[in-house]
Design a binder for this molecule. Structure first.
Ligand code: GLC
Length: 617
């Protein structure tokens, strides 16, 4: 950018493009023109404050809209303290991330949050302050700058549904200041909360039952959809929306590239509804998208919508009026583990076909697991046709992954087992769920061989899906469950900590021994990542589809782009199988072994996989 005038012109152009729609949406929701004027003034202030480097990134990303749909995108998520102690520690570990071929890091919540009442950092007490033990805002800025130098994008959580009860607004509200009480949902009797409870489901039925918390000192109930110390913000109040947008822009100006909008379906509440996915939520997300396109168009929005597909895809908005850039492929993730437990790929194929049929502008974030539990949100309508009932099937899955049924080698724990509905979710690391923990404790070489194979195959399958793969840090070396959370009173009640253990750097050191389990996983993933980067069929432009293998345990995914084609064949069963496919369009090369073969009647070892690339010409 040559001078100030140029920068102003760029801003004005962006504003002009979006102003009317933004105003329309704002007035529809708030009918308050002075607050709208304040919003646009502040947006300009944040634009001015944005650094030259970030503005340059904005410009280059604006001109290549596909920048995040490339086949080199590979994410990794971690808690800063678990991974490297603090932000400076992360800077020192950037070489390791490069070694992992990672170019996108999700720094799990790192803003100020009260110890013991933080829900893993998802209860923010100050949106402009980094948690002291992790560093400062300056450290964040130098970390994002260091990442950008290496071509690594940085993602952070924007926890906008609620604040911590220690947030300045909450403290003032608690003292009875009406202006601040109106930023939350306060009630002086249980009448209205009781009405809400009739229709609003529970997020944490065992660890935090109910949606309201009684505050004896304030003599009021406050709405707390998640934990009692996470107070729901009232977005009917335009002050809340404006201030949270200022926080959003403040944080993106620190060099954040991807903003994960935490718990987004929950941000608007209405009586007599489930208080999820209401139409106003979409108005707010669309406004956020517009605001970022005006002030910081290089920033991506990642929506956290952990729900069934019909509820997830609306968060992309439309191609003309987009909302989020990316969403989690949550149903595919849960269906993957269902497939592991049943050795039947039928439901997974159906799910992948749905995702593959969506517009290519829709980018999904693929993962085998994240920091949260695995909820069994499957297509039970389809499963019923196969005689599987929701309640008993969930019970089977939970027993399977605890290692109690179905020839399972998995290890892990239940999460929020609801005695009323019989429902429960599941926690465990990928490696432990694949059998690595059990094989290690039994010193069973053959079982370990199988477990490692399943672990690598699941990653190979994840890399084959359309979208961006994100690893949970530690999975690249097969890190097992960590049961030490039980000794920490702040964590003991929340089994999600079983798979949020500190990074085991000793395990990483073992990569040097090429026969060790960590090395086998790390090297195999590295090989797959290199293939993914080298082959353009892995870009977002590719067509992706599934192919019938005529074996219930074997999945085949095809990808094609500019005349090139790759098949991924994945055996989810513990027996050697054959993919009875018949792709007669040429000779294929096995990208792992280098052998040439036909893509017909392909044998696949137990828990193994193949990547077959069609020879050109
Ligand atoms: C999101 C987070 C989860 C947290 C919740 C409340 O779902 O992923 O970890 O408990 O939001 O903020």
């Amino acid at each position: 950018m040559k001078n100030r005038k140029d920068a102003e012109n760029i801003y004005l152009k962006r504003l002009e493009r979006h102003h009317d729609e933004l105003r329309w949406l704002y007035m529809e929701l708030y009918d308050n023109s002075s607050m709208f004027a304040e919003l646009t003034e502040s947006m300009e202030h944040f634009y001015r404050e944005r650094s030259q480097d970030l503005k340059a990134l904005d410009l280059s990303r604006e001109s290549s809209q596909d920048w995040y749909r490339q086949n080199d995108m590979l994410g990794m998520m971690f808690y800063i303290d678990n991974f490297a102690g603090n932000m400076k520690g992360v800077r020192d570990r950037l070489d390791y991330l490069e070694q992992c071929n990672v170019n996108y890091v999700h720094l799990m919540p790192f803003l100020a949050s009260p110890k013991g009442r933080s829900d893993g950092g998802y209860a923010v007490s100050d949106f402009r302050k980094v948690r002291e033990d992790l560093g400062s805002m300056e450290d964040l800025e130098s970390l994002t700058a260091a990442c950008h130098k290496k071509g690594i994008y940085v993602c952070m959580d924007f926890v906008m549904n609620h604040t911590s009860e220690d947030h300045e607004w909450a403290r003032k509200a608690r003292q009875g200041d009406g202006e601040y009480m109106s930023r939350y949902f306060f009630f002086d009797s249980d009448y209205i909360p009781g009405l809400y409870e009739r229709t609003v489901p529970q997020v944490f039925p065992t660890t935090a039952p109910g949606n309201f918390t009684w505050l004896p000192d304030a003599g009021h109930y406050v709405m707390t959809t998640f934990y009692p110390y996470q107070w729901d913000l009232n977005y009917k109040n335009p002050r809340v929306f404006n201030e949270m947008m200022y926080n959003f822009l403040y944080l993106t100006n620190r060099g954040i590239d991807i903003v994960r909008i935490d718990a987004v379906p929950y941000i608007w509440k209405e009586l007599n509804t489930q208080c999820r996915n209401l139409r106003q939520v979409h108005t707010i997300v669309r406004m956020m998208r517009i605001i970022s396109e005006i002030v910081c168009p290089g920033v991506l929005l990642l929506g956290e919508v952990v729900m069934e597909p019909e509820k997830v895809t609306p968060y992309f908005g439309t191609v003309e009026k987009p909302e989020c850039h990316m969403l989690y492929n949550v149903t595919t993730m849960a269906t993957t583990w269902h497939t592991v437990a049943t050795r039947n790929v039928g439901l997974l194929r159906k799910q992948l076909d749905i995702v593959n049929g969506l517009p290519k502008e829709y980018v999904f974030l693929n993962y085998l697991r994240c920091h949260d539990d695995i909820g069994w949100g499957l297509d039970y309508g389809t499963l019923l046709g196969e005689g599987l009932r929701e309640r008993s099937h969930k019970a089977y899955l939970n027993r399977y992954f605890q290692g109690l049924e179905g020839g399972s080698n998995s290890r892990g724990e239940l999460y929020n087992a609801d005695p009323v509905t019989g429902d429960a979710r599941f926690c465990g690391t990928t490696a432990s769920m694949c059998g690595i923990e059990k094989a290690a404790s039994g010193q069973d070489g053959e079982a370990m061989e199988r477990a490692v194979r399943l672990d690598v195959t699941l990653h190979a399958y994840m890399f084959m899906q359309s979208g961006i793969p994100v690893l949970y840090s530690g999975d690249e070396v097969g890190q097992e469950n960590d049961y030490r959370y039980k000794e920490d009173p702040d964590k003991a009640d929340d089994s999600r900590y079983i798979h949020r253990g500190a990074m085991d750097w000793k395990r990483v050191e073992r990569i040097a021994d090429k026969t060790s389990v960590p090395a086998r996983i790390f090297d195999s993933l590295g090989q797959l990542e290199k293939i993914r980067k080298a082959e353009k069929v892995f870009s977002g432009r590719a067509d992706t589809w599934t192919i019938d293998t005529f074996d219930p345990g074997v999945l085949c995914i095809g990808r094609a782009c500019d005349g090139e084609k790759i098949l991924g064949i994945f055996n989810f069963s513990e027996f050697d199988r054959t993919a009875w496919i018949k792709e007669t369009d040429g000779i294929y090369t096995d990208l792992i072994s280098g052998e040439k073969r036909k893509a017909e009647e392909v044998p696949v070892p137990a828990y193994g996989f193949l990547y077959l690339k069609r020879e050109s010409g």
